[in-house]
Design a protein. Structure first.
Length: 249
């Protein structure tokens, strides 16, 4: 892979200003890629991360703002992503929302938000980026969730959205091949949720892992990097990174 400053591959990472997304961006940057940090509202965090990465390698990171629930925003993001350096090699669909929607309390707004960020956004952003990715024979990685296969009680809409993203990963591998590979990573207990109401589910997930411990954002980032850069004959696969949670009942 040519990583000279003017010819290095370009990766767009959605929701990359903070948490797992920021770690993915750092790992891809460390691998020599130029990185586009997408954010919706976390401008300060995105700018700080871009500044730190650009200090390591000038003009190797830029920020792009878009609301992935807005169709026009998605189209604009795809145009700006390829336009930043004249190419787009990789897309990581990481942006997500996560909160409970117990039966009886599911609202249209929650449905639109959870399905929109976890399934609709990746569907249309990948479609919009596909021409650019095809030109570079690139790859896509979707950040799925083990709850796509093992739904989390109290989170039916989120679980359904991630199940759809799992299926989309496999379907898009067929649709975008042979030019573009499409894979997924399904995290388990990686970071404690920021919202206190989700903390109990995180602790319960840790207890049901084979390793009996929390994973790290670096575990996810290393797997994303592998699928993008070191797996030329892997497509249509979703790799659980969950400490063995998906192997238990």
């Amino acid at each position: 892979m040519d990583t000279a400053s003017g010819s290095a591959p370009v990766a767009l990472v959605t929701g990359a200003a903070r948490r797992v997304g920021a770690t993915i961006a750092r790992h891809l940057h460390a691998a020599g890629l130029r990185v586009l940090i997408h954010y919706r509202g976390s401008h300060a965090d995105a700018a700080a991360l871009a500044s730190a990465l650009n200090a390591e390698r000038p003009d190797s990171t830029r920020t792009l703002q878009a609301d992935l629930l807005d169709p026009e925003g998605i189209e604009r993001l795809a145009r700006e992503a390829e336009g930043a350096w004249g190419r787009l090699d990789f897309l990581v669909n990481n942006a997500s929302t996560f909160y409970p929607t117990p039966v009886g309390a599911i609202t249209q707004q929650a449905w639109d938000d959870l399905i929109g960020s976890n399934l609709k956004g990746p569907t249309f952003l990948t479609q919009a980026c596909n021409p650019a990715l095809q030109r570079q024979q690139g790859a896509v990685v979707n950040i799925v969730d083990i709850h796509a296969l093992r739904p989390l009680k109290g989170y039916p809409v989120y679980s359904a959205a991630k199940a759809g993203l799992w299926a989309l990963t496999q379907a898009y591998a067929r649709e975008l091949g042979p030019g573009v590979r499409v894979n997924g990573v399904a995290p388990g207990a990686i970071l404690a949720p920021e919202d206190a109401k989700n903390t109990g589910t995180h602790e319960a997930m840790i207890e049901r892992t084979a390793l009996k411990r929390e994973g790290s954002p670096e575990d996810i980032a290393r797997t994303v990097r592998f699928l993008l850069l070191d797996a030329p004959y892997i497509t249509g696969q979703v790799i659980p990174v969950d400490g063995g949670r998906s192997a238990s009942q």
